[in-house]
Design a binder for this molecule. Structure first.
Ligand SMILES: [Zn+2]
Length: 441
């Protein structure tokens, strides 16, 4: 932005200097300057006149059963009119006028859902310890893009990245704006903020700082680097968490915290501190007492349980002694906390968090997480709301994304079978529409 702006301002002065007009020819300089300004204005006006109003492509999705992501009952025989990258109108066949110029998609015998949202992912995460230490930002960027493209084919159209290489995330955002790449919506936090020796310390995708002012500065650094989301990770003091939250709120950033201590155990006070400090969301459902859950419900704090990544870690034979010790009780604890959060109507979203060697679980882990929610007592419709509308709420974008309604982003998927009967066929949509653009698979 500043590059183009300063060029325009400096342009006439540079031209004058290059003409090498002797000092003192003030009159000639002024006349020349006026001529340049006048011709620029005339040229600009002519350009504006010549540009026709941009024609937005119109798409009509006709005849499908719509599950709109709000939790409302499915509606058969619908018409969805998309104009550009937005949904313009949603209604019934025969009631909605289909524009002549619309590209028509026959969705009869199909089910339409909003694009899914993954609220907890580390896109650039390494695949093994060995690679991790040798990794470059370029490789991390490509790895992140590969996962984004895999998700696009599966109907997951937006992700919140909660800790990745800063340069990789910046490159992807800029490449999307410039039109170099064509992939899903990306909402990254940049580096997660932890303490020296804290959870995530030393990993690509994290930064370690100590004390309230350093925490405040870390938030400012992520803001200056272009990020709109902040993730904090234990162990932090109340003062550090408060400084980060205060700064994030002042800068208009969304802030979330890893709940619990290291992984899913001690110290249990971390979630309470984060909630008391004022974070908007807690990642995971790690050990916490009922009164902390009550406080989350009271304050409307969201949660992203990431059950499958814990489950997967306890399935492996080659896990550390630290994990082996927890194998017997950890998942039971997560499941109990999920049920308690559900009872308290805490808004929960789908997050995967499959790092490192668990990366091979993509993309199926997303849909396995949805099935896990269902096994723990949610109805299929409630789980779909978690994957869509709740995801958008957690991103702070509920007015823009997450449901198939007029005025929302045109991000949706068309499925061959009824997702309310079974989640087994999720992940292989026939068509995905993202920002109004059609992708057929
Ligand atoms: Zn994570």
């Amino acid at each position: 932005m500043t590059g183009n702006g300063s060029f325009k301002i400096n342009g006439p002065r540079l031209v004058l200097r290059s003409l090498l007009i002797p000092a003192g020819s003030f009159l000639i300089k002024s006349v020349l300057l006026l001529a340049i300004i006048f011709s620029s204005i005339t040229l600009l006006a002519a350009q504006n006149k010549a540009t026709p109003p941009e024609e937005k492509p119109v798409v009509a999705v006709i005849g499908g059963t719509l599950i709109d992501g709000t939790g409302k009952e499915p509606v058969a025989n619908t018409v969805i009119i998309i104009e550009g990258d937005k949904i313009k109108e949603v209604g019934l066949v025969g009631k909605v006028k289909i524009p002549k110029e619309a590209q028509k998609i026959d969705a009869s015998g199909r089910w339409i859902l909003p694009g899914f949202i993954d609220c907890h992912i580390h896109l650039s995460s390494e695949t093994s310890d060995l690679e991790y230490y040798r990794d470059s930002n370029s490789l991390a960027t490509l790895r992140a893009l590969q996962l984004m493209n895999t998700y696009l084919r599966c109907g997951v159209t937006a992700v919140r990245d909660v800790g990745s290489h800063v340069e990789a995330m910046q490159a992807l955002l800029r490449a999307q704006r410039a039109g170099y790449i064509d992939s899903i919506r990306l909402y990254p936090c940049g580096n997660l903020i932890t303490i020296t020796g804290g959870h995530g310390y030393g990993m690509h995708g994290s930064m370690a700082v100590d004390g309230p002012w350093e925490w405040r500065k870390a938030v400012r650094q992520m803001y200056a680097a272009g990020f709109k989301y902040i993730k904090i990770s234990p162990q932090f003091t109340l003062e550090e968490a408060r400084a980060a939250v205060e700064e994030a709120k002042m800068l208009g950033l969304h802030i979330t915290a890893h709940g619990g201590g290291f992984s899913d155990t001690i110290p249990t006070t971390m979630t309470r501190i984060a909630v008391e400090a004022g974070v908007a969301c807690i990642e995971h459902l790690n050990e916490m007492t009922d009164d902390v859950l009550d406080l989350m419900a009271e304050r409307g704090v969201f949660d992203v349980p990431t059950l499958m990544t814990y489950y997967a870690s306890y399935q492996r034979d080659d896990i550390s002694r630290f994990l082996v010790e927890k194998r017997g009780w950890s998942m039971a604890m997560h499941e109990t906390l999920f049920k308690k959060a559900y009872q308290r109507k805490i808004v929960m979203g789908i997050g995967t968090d499959a790092n490192g060697e668990y990366r091979e679980l993509y993309p199926q882990i997303y849909f396995e997480e949805m099935k896990y929610f269902q096994r723990l007592g949610m109805s299929p419709m409630e789980v779909i709301v978690c994957a869509t509308k709740n995801g958008a709420r957690i991103l702070g974008l509920e007015d823009e994304l997450g449901t198939v309604e007029a005025g929302k982003a045109a991000d949706l998927q068309i499925l061959k079978s009824d997702p309310l009967r079974s989640f087994d066929n999720l992940g292989s949509p026939e068509t995905v529409i993202l920002r109004g653009k059609i992708y057929r698979f």
